[in-house]
Design a protein around this ligand. Structure first.
Ligand SMILES: [Zn+2]
Length: 78
């Protein structure tokens, strides 16, 4: 969901670079060049950025529907 703050393997701080990485990727830059620019050299750290999938936008509708259902149940009880 959210990127881990540190690399699981070596403990290098990576979360602070994730925003730059995402914006540059969305601009169409090559991931290899972006990782090199951000000076993420170890492959354990590179995989952390490469393999993170932001699922928050996919999860939000479920929370919204749960909230909606709770309100329906509550209104039926009242
Ligand atoms: Zn690492």
């Amino acid at each position: 969901m959210l990127i881990p703050v540190r690399c699981f393997t070596c403990g290098n701080l990576i979360a602070d670079k994730f925003d730059d990485y995402q914006t540059k990727l969305k601009a169409g830059e090559d991931p290899e060049k972006v990782l090199n620019e951000l000076q993420i050299n170890r492959y354990c750290c590179r995989r952390m950025l490469l393999t993170t999938v932001e699922t928050i936008q996919q999860v939000i509708p479920f929370y919204e529907s749960i909230q909606k259902r709770k309100q329906e149940v509550q209104s039926e009880l009242d």
